[in-house]
Design a protein around this ligand. Structure first.
Ligand SMILES: C[S@@+](CC[C@H](N)C(=O)[O-])C[C@H]1O[C@@H](n2cnc3c(N)ncnc32)[C@H](O)[C@@H]1O
Length: 452
């Protein structure tokens, strides 16, 4: 059997050859993923929108002075009353952006295989906590659980549970519908950090939390897809007088509008966040991401497991990436706050630094390379061969193109993993791998999928 044929039969055996239900209800959104740059929204048209959040922010600025971009982002995205993520579904064709798991089920299936592969490589621990940060509609976890179900014979002795970290009441409601069919327990112990719980369609317990710290310790496999980019960033500008933080103030010429200004002098943030050797003129720093990655690294160091982070980002070389999206269009980040998404590219080099060597890191590796290594071509062929429906073929091919095309999501999104040091101790895979092609790698996705 050729290597390709062997992998084809493996993936067919693993995932089955039949169509999955979720595929039937979906069609691909043409060229409208979240981070694509489109034309900017019309400022004149939008400026009429004095939103409740804008009023709240103006009140705050009038009381205490200009605010940091991080404070602005936190308020706009997760303010409990009017935050963008809190009370509506922004994903999909009718929303503001679309993400990979929503584009094609193959994406989630391959991620599911990654977790099983890592679970096996770490000696098949008796318990497996799947922990997803910011699960959106719950689609990715649903696709992963379908893979776990299909691999029931392998996982049947393993005690699996799902732990979702989600701040949005609206999205957690949608996640519960996707994953449990709506069967949830809402009357919970008030002393417990679990704010909702339910049972998946295949009988796996699912728990919801506000924060990672609330998730119980134990062998855990973490997932963060398009999560880190939503965390608040600080922005800094190099000036002739030295580094200055970028702040947000009320525009004196248009009292219903906000504008960016520079802090008049250096602040503790400039001292703390800008490194002496910094060569760029503009820098974005996300301390929340740093704290989160430290927590993940400590947990993996203590309890084992792994973390897979997928997002668009860079290796410490980009400058101004802060932007806003509404209805699949680039939008002015300071107009009508609370009605549009805010985001900034993830700095993977910063994440790597913040692990403080507690774990090994792999990547960032381009999405197209990761998915290719995971066998996306084989999976696509299997699905194409098993359907004669031309609409399905079109759907699959469009989804594949969106995920893999270097000009679409293929080159913009990256995969980054945290693993216990001992996981790589006996391999020739270099820690902090950035050019995976030249190395043979035992970790699926960062090298070819080898399933023993
Ligand atoms: C861009 S969406 C990505 C959704 C999903 N992972 C996907 O790829 O389709 C960001 C997700 O993170 C959640 N989120 C944003 N900030 C959060 C925070 N500070 N804590 C927990 N969840 C957060 C949002 O509510 C949403 O579910």
């Amino acid at each position: 059997m050729t290597r390709l044929a062997a992998r084809r039969s493996l993936l067919a055996a693993v995932l089955g050859v039949s169509w999955q239900q979720r595929l039937l209800g979906h069609h691909v959104v043409p060229a409208a993923w979240r981070r694509q740059c489109f034309s900017a929204g019309s400022k004149a048209e939008d400026s009429a929108q004095v939103t409740p959040l804008l009023k709240h922010l103006m009140f705050k600025i009038k009381s205490t002075g200009p605010i940091t971009v991080a404070e602005y982002m936190r308020e706009v995205l997760t303010n409990p009353v009017k935050g963008y993520y809190m009370h509506h579904d922004m994903l999909g064709e009718r929303g503001d952006f679309v993400t990979s798991p929503e584009i094609s089920q193959i994406f989630g299936e391959l991620i599911g295989i990654w977790y099983v592969s890592e679970w096996m490589a770490t000696g098949k621990p008796k318990t497996l906590q799947l922990v997803e940060l910011g699960p959106g509609r719950g689609t990715l976890t649903d696709d992963i659980l379908r893979v776990f179900n299909q691999l029931g014979s392998l996982l049947n002795k393993c005690d699996i549970s799902v732990h979702l970290v989600e701040v949005s009441p609206k999205l957690s409601e949608i996640q519960a519908l996707t994953l449990t069919g709506g069967k949830i327990e809402s009357e919970l112990d008030v002393t417990s950090p679990v704010y909702m719980k339910g049972i998946s369609k295949a009988g796996i317990p699912i728990f919801w939390y506000q924060e990672l710290q609330d998730v119980p310790q134990g062998t855990s496999f973490y997932l963060a897809h398009e999560f880190f980019d939503a965390l608040p960033i600080h922005k800094f500008q190099r000036t002739e007088q030295g580094w200055r933080e970028v702040l947000i103030d009320i525009d004196p010429k248009a009292p219903d509008q906000l504008r960016f200004v520079l802090a008049p002098s250096a602040t503790p943030a400039t001292e703390y966040f800008i490194q002496d050797k910094e060569e760029r003129d503009h820098v974005e720093v996300c301390p929340d991401a740093g704290i989160l990655i430290q927590r993940l690294a400590c947990r993996i160091q203590e309890d084992g497991g792994a973390a897979l982070i997928a997002d668009y980002g860079h290796n410490g070389n980009k400058t101004d990436t802060f932007r806003s999206f509404r209805s699949h269009q680039l939008h002015d980040a300071l107009i009508a706050p609370g009605t549009a998404d805010l985001t900034a590219d993830v700095d993977f080099s910063y994440l790597r630094t913040m692990t403080q060597g507690r774990v090994a890191t792999l990547g960032p590796l381009k999405q197209q390379e990761f998915l290719k290594n995971m066998g996306i071509d084989v999976r696509l062929q299997v699905l194409l061969q098993n359907s004669s429906d031309t609409a399905m073929h079109k759907h699959l091919l469009q989804g594949y193109d969106m995920l893999m095309n270097p000009k679409k999501m293929g080159d913009r999104f990256h995969f980054f993993a945290l693993l216990p040091h001992q996981r790589l101790a006996h391999s020739d895979q270099k820690v902090n791998l950035q050019h995976s092609k030249s190395l043979s790698a035992p970790v699926a996705g960062f090298g070819e999928l080898i399933w023993k």
